[in-house]
Design a protein around this ligand. Structure first.
Ligand code: IDP
Length: 149
């Protein structure tokens, strides 16, 4: 397989990554971004901010009506998050592999959630990071968090 032909290269895509309030509070922002960059992805936008209810209601629109929706929004606005737009070939799937499964207890060692997360006994799963789950979600979420992009 040749890697020199640009015509054969996987087209770059973009995803929205959030270091959630638990990740920021634990000082893990650098570790998360280090893993993103070490994998070969490129950070094309980066911002620390505290999200408000309106942004979070839109961001988590698919979870409205679920029992964990209110605690999830409360958790997500409890402190600053670091939002990043990350670019690379198949980065949507790739970042979700780096993150590991939703529940940190069962997440594979080697993943962000598997290595660094645990069950804190809270009503919402505190799992350090968010990554968009599809090209449609990525486009929608990047538009919400970085409207100027
Ligand atoms: P993901 O972040 O792994 O893509 P989603 O199913 O999109 O997981 O859920 C969004 C977030 O909502 C999770 O990361 C987690 O913080 C929280 N969450 C998901 N399912 C539950 C649950 O059953 N109880 C409490 N919190 C949950």
């Amino acid at each position: 397989m040749t890697t020199t032909s640009s015509a054969a290269a996987t087209p770059a895509e973009r995803t929205l990554v959030l270091v959630k309030p638990d990740g920021v509070a634990r000082g893990l922002t650098g570790e998360v971004l280090r893993r993103v960059e070490a994998k070969g992805y490129r950070i094309v936008a980066l911002e620390m901010r505290t999200a408000d209810d309106a942004l979070l209601a839109e961001h988590y629109a698919e979870h409205q009506g679920k029992p964990f929706f209110a605690p999830l929004v409360e958790f997500m606005r409890s402190g600053p998050v670091v939002a990043a737009v990350v670019e690379g070939g198949r980065v949507i799937e790739g970042f979700r592999s780096l993150a590991g499964t939703t529940e940190p207890t069962g997440a594979a060692p080697g993943t962000i959630r598997g290595d660094l997360g645990r069950d804190w006994g809270t009503s919402v799963v505190q799992n350090l990071v968010h990554g968009s789950d599809s090209p449609e979600s990525a486009a929608r979420e990047i538009g919400l968090w970085f409207p100027a992009l």
